[in-house]
Write a new protein. Structure first.
Length: 174
């Protein structure tokens, strides 16, 4: 009987996101510079665009390729655990990203910040600052400061998405 191959190849996880952008080479350089990504492979098309690239960010693989003419923008929404959330947030702003959510401590012990890059992707920058068990997290939800923090995190994303929706509607007007 043939030995069955593993379902997931070594070095990959069950979910591997695709990031489709205009200017994939610049995007890959951005991720290398700002987030410490390591490019592990690239296949270029005859016209110089990227048909397939793979990059490792931490322990995850991300696939990247250039968007084709006539395709709509397809931003990705990516959650990235980092060692120092504030430093990563600041680095991304210095690299030209727009702030979406200031780093904010939430009830379960993560500090969460968000930025939008110039390709339209939104990065959730998460730092686990403390381990909080379920009982403590539930207790914290009774504290106004944690409820307010969560409301801010939710509202800041709602504002970003509404801004994008308004921009899209304006671009579709005759």
């Amino acid at each position: 009987m043939e030995e069955r191959l593993p379902i997931i190849p070594d070095g990959y996880t069950t979910v591997t996101p695709w990031i489709i952008v205009r200017g994939a080479a610049d995007f890959l350089d951005f991720v290398k510079t700002v987030l410490g990504g390591v490019e592990t492979g690239r296949v270029s098309n005859e016209d110089g665009t990227i048909g397939h690239a793979e990059m490792r960010i931490g322990d995850a693989v991300v696939m990247v390729f250039d968007s084709s003419e006539g395709w709509p923008n397809t931003p990705a929404y990516l959650r990235l655990y980092v060692e120092d959330g504030q430093a990563t947030y600041d680095r991304m702003l210095e690299a030209g990203c727009e702030p979406v959510t200031e780093p904010t401590l939430l009830a379960w012990g993560d500090k969460v910040g968000r930025v939008a890059d110039r390709w339209g992707n939104v990065w959730w920058l998460q730092e686990q600052v403390e381990q909080v068990d379920e009982e403590e997290a539930i207790r914290r939800w009774t504290e106004p400061s944690y409820r307010e923090a969560m409301a801010y995190v939710q509202d800041s994303l709602k504002d970003e998405m509404a801004r994008r929706g308004q921009k899209l509607m304006k671009s579709e007007q005759p």
